[in-house]
Ligand binder design. Structure first.
Ligand code: X2N
Ligand code: HEM
Length: 515
């Protein structure tokens, strides 16, 4: 051996690589103007823009799907646009899903696209602050807390949290009232996720002081980070302080549990304490375990809170569906306490979640940074290293071509497609017939050319799908059992971290008379 092993494995090379990948100088190698750019015959057509650097940020940032529709009318499914100094190449539709989600690891990088966004909020050594093989392993470690056996334990705990919220929240007192779902849903999501994934001790520590830290940290998880991750703004300092307080608490919990006897499999904390040794023999440190918990919880928090907000608002316009859901619950479990197994039998309830995700994908765009010149299959185009590629399943899922009457909220559209999906693959993990692939965190379906891909696909596919369905299903069932409500669905706000209803977004509720 010429050099000790750790020269290669040490963080120096990774730090260097990371800096190179995320430096704004490396976004593109050629000066970019609308005109000189398009002279190259092998370049994807670039959407014209007036303001240098800013490019199409305003139209894309405020109405991405409309922007995509307009570009598609001019250029087809594949086009590029300028976004705050970056060249984004969009490929719409199923072929675009294949192009981006199944791109080769040697051609594109998710960490180079997302690290600015996530690392300041989650901390170092996790998710997009590590090379891809470590992310694959971290997903495998976390998945231990996301099994059927875990969900069976989680459901009663979540029901408990939801009922406690209804009893104690000032917004749910009396026989009727109104509540801003943009306030209630983040709270209910935090309580149910903390109680299940982090355990009882941590849930009991969620007091006012804690709420302040969560809020400071949450404000630091913003799309602004894409452009300016480490500015000396006051909010960023608060973010870093909050991160330190929260992860210190998680580490104290880990240390407390180390002193307990025996191993447990109660939650994510146990899962990561029992199983967080990489295949090269190195172990995640307690700080890294704590950071991974922050990342997993924050990701699930935003996507899940947005989704429940949207289904509450849609159902408020559809009393017929609320009654149908109520009947489904009555027919399945009567007045018995809800269990995870029951959720699997409630077709309309699951289709309501499915339909909500169709109309309101929380992430309207997903990105990769191109690190090696990448030809666009079936065209003469090459996307050069330094540009970004963008996929938008949320666009396909709201497009007439794939979903007729796409702007109509109709959970029953999923009935007639039948169990197998009637031509549309379910977003579910692959069934037996399908070709599968394992990137290190379990088998998933190989193909990603469905227009319906709320959880993405390929090596970056979501591991939170079944947790999300469990959490959202438990919440929806408990809401329907206790309340009837009305509302008006607001417009989407695309500029936030996830696509949220423009606030305030009230539902008017009344207690359901038990029969
Ligand atoms: C400045 C209008 O507003 O001109 F989180 F463990 C944890 C999140 C990807 C968000 C993309 C673009 C907004 C432009 C505004 C974990 C659960 C993850 C997955 C322009 C003038 C993180 C991109 C946000 C576009 C909005 C990617 C998430 N499951 N969570 N101009 O997450 O997974 C995690 C994974 C993304 C976005 C946007 C503008 C694992 C403006 C005016 C302004 N968005 N956005 N997750 N814009 N303007 C996550 C993958 C990863
Ligand atoms: C990845 C969607 C809930 C954890 C993803 C991706 C999507 C997604 C589209 C792929 C991103 C990309 O390719 O760039 C959603 C939706 C959710 C949800 C729609 C809820 C409705 C959750 C929850 C958790 C979670 C609850 C954790 C418990 C993750 C993780 C990844 C991921 C760890 C992997 C990131 C990677 O490998 O790069 N999710 N997610 N998600 N999600 Fe989720």
């Amino acid at each position: 051996m010429l050099m000790p092993h750790w020269h290669y494995r040490g963080s120096y090379h990774w730090d260097f690589y990371k800096r190179f990948l995320s430096s704004s100088l490396s976004h593109s190698s050629t000066p970019l103007h609308g005109s000189s750019f398009s002279l190259r015959k092998d370049r994807v057509p670039l959407v014209f823009y007036w303001i240098p650097w800013v490019g199409s940020a305003v139209t894309y940032g405020t109405q991405p799907y409309e922007f995509f529709d307009n570009c598609r009318a001019k250029y087809g499914d594949c086009f590029s646009f300028m976004l705050l100094g970056r060249v984004m190449t969009v490929y719409l539709g199923p072929k675009g899903h294949e192009f981006v989600f199944n791109a080769k690891l040697s051609d594109v990088s998710a960490e180079a696209a997302y690290s600015n966004l996530t690392t300041p909020a989650f901390g170092e050594g996790v998710i997009y602050d590590v090379p891809n093989w470590k992310l694959m392993e971290q997903k495998k470690f976390a998945k231990v807390a996301l099994t059927t056996e875990s969900f069976i334990q989680y459901v009663p705990l979540m029901v408990d949290e939801i009922m406690k919220y209804f009893k104690t929240s000032p917004d749910f007192q009396g026989k009727k009232g109104e509540v801003d779902v943009l306030k209630s849903q983040p709270e209910m999501t935090l309580y149910t996720a903390s109680r299940s994934l982090m355990g009882k001790d941590l849930r009991n520590m969620l007091n006012a002081k804690y709420a302040g830290w969560y809020s400071d940290l949450d404000k630091g998880f913003t799309p602004l980070n894409f452009a300016f991750p480490y500015l000396p703004l006051p909010g960023y300092k608060l973010r870093d302080k909050a991160h330190a307080h929260i992860t210190n608490t998680y580490m104290e919990l880990i240390n407390k549990r180390r002193k307990e006897s025996g191993t447990h499999e109660r939650d994510l904390v146990d899962a990561l304490m029992n199983n967080s040794t990489y295949k090269d023999g190195t172990k995640m440190t307690d700080q890294q375990i704590a950071n991974l918990m922050v990342g997993v919880l924050m990701g699930g928090q935003h996507t899940s809170a947005a989704t429940s907000s949207w289904f509450l608002l849609h159902l408020g316009e559809r009393p017929d569906l609320q009654e149908e859901l109520y009947k489904e619950i009555k027919d399945t479990i009567g007045d018995k306490p809800l269990q995870w197994q029951d959720l699997q039998k409630m077709t309309l309830m699951n289709n309501t979640i499915r339909e909500t995700l169709r109309m309101h994908h929380p992430l309207h765009s997903v990105f990769r940074k191109v690190i090696h010149d990448l030809p666009v299959p079936g065209t003469k185009y090459v996307v050069p290293a330094g540009h970004f590629v963008l996929a938008s399943p949320g666009w396909s899922m709201t497009h007439e071509e794939f979903f007729p009457n796409s702007q109509h909220f109709e959970p029953h559209r999923w009935d007639k497609l039948g169990g197998a999906g009637g031509g549309f693959k379910k977003e579910d993990n692959a069934d037996e017939k399908e070709e599968t692939v394992d990137y290190g965190f379990g088998k998933i379906s190989k193909g990603v050319s469905s227009p319906y891909l709320p959880f993405g696909g390929g090596r970056h596919r979501c591991i939170g799908e079944h947790f999300a369905y469990t959490q959202l299903g438990t919440l929806l069932v408990t809401f329907i059992r206790n309340f009837k409500w009305t509302s008006k669905v607001p417009e989407p706000d695309y500029t936030s971290m996830v696509v949220l209803p423009v606030g305030p977004a009230y539902i008017k509720w009344e207690k359901r008379e038990k029969d």
